[in-house]
Design a protein around this ligand. Sequence first.
Ligand code: 3HC
Length: 312
Amino acid sequence: MENSEQERNFDAKLERNETIEPKDWMPDNYRKHLIRQISQHAHSEIVGMLPEGNWITRAPSLRRKMVLLAKVQDEGGHGLYLYSAAETLGITREELVSQLLTGKAKYSSIFNYPTLTWADIGAIGWLVDGAAIMNQVMLQRTSYGPYARAMVRICKEESFHQRQGYEIMMVLAKGSPEQKAMAQDAINRWWWPSLMMFGPTDEKSPNSANAIKWKIKRESNDQLRQKFVNQTVPQAEIIGLTVPDKDLVWNESKKGYDFGTPDWEEFYNVIAGNGPCNKDRLAARTKAHAEGAWVREAAQAFADKRKELEVI
Ligand code: 3HC
């Protein structure tokens, strides 16, 4: 088929809201855009296991430990679905992992902040997973089939994560004055980085125009950030906690909150590799990758042997 005809078919599929599948023709830039976004997403899931994982041994009860363990395992699973979805675009797992470990590929800014207290585990579940779901619900309808299908299960699990985080905060907020203060301190530290998760403002977002045109993203960074604020502020109020934003005010005409501006300089610094924990996170992933070499070799040897036996 002529390139222009292939392009017309591709556009028509998008127009009809049909998914693009791995063997379909797609423009090179669409493929590149998806590899960038899906791999950044996969890396975020895997790196996101680190700040929470280090609280598994310190969870305050057996029940809390089991729930946190399950949550962290879920994140590992999300990473695997997403790496598999990215691989359908013609890139190998080795290349993807190498892009993370060499700092070529980004992962979510949020995971470059430290988890200082148990309340941080509540704040991450409630705010960070809450922001992730706000973004990911629309991704269930993203135009690339394997990514959209991976997101359906991921969203179900993320919504359980959001509830477990909120429940931790609710219990702390109803606890002793020290526990309530610990919960408030966690919100104070995680609120602004959570708003930054949605990415730069629409006018400063170089990838948004293509993402919207190709129906990869269905809502813009600013629209999603606004929805997140509208949903989360009342949740904080219900449990007697506050959001650290002196400019926050209900705007009746837009039926939403007006809110302050995140510190974008901090955001760009963090995504450039200079956040409080970037170096620790990459060092931990690099160590885990090196220590897992024998597992990869054993799995490969098993696969090779099976192939050999199948041939015979
Ligand atoms: N952290 C790190 N980098 C970010 C970022 C963030 N929060 N927000 C934006 N960026 C980067 C972009 O990757 C882009 O850099 P690049 O061109 O070098 O790749 C640059 O900043 C400009 O941003 P754009 O708005 O133009 O980029 P996008 O259109 O890709 O939007 C996004 C950014 C909203 C994060 C989008 O990529 C997206 O929706 N990704 C899928 C969802 C995702 O990655 N979620 C991770 C959240 S954490 C998570 O899910 C784990 C769970 O357990 C909580």
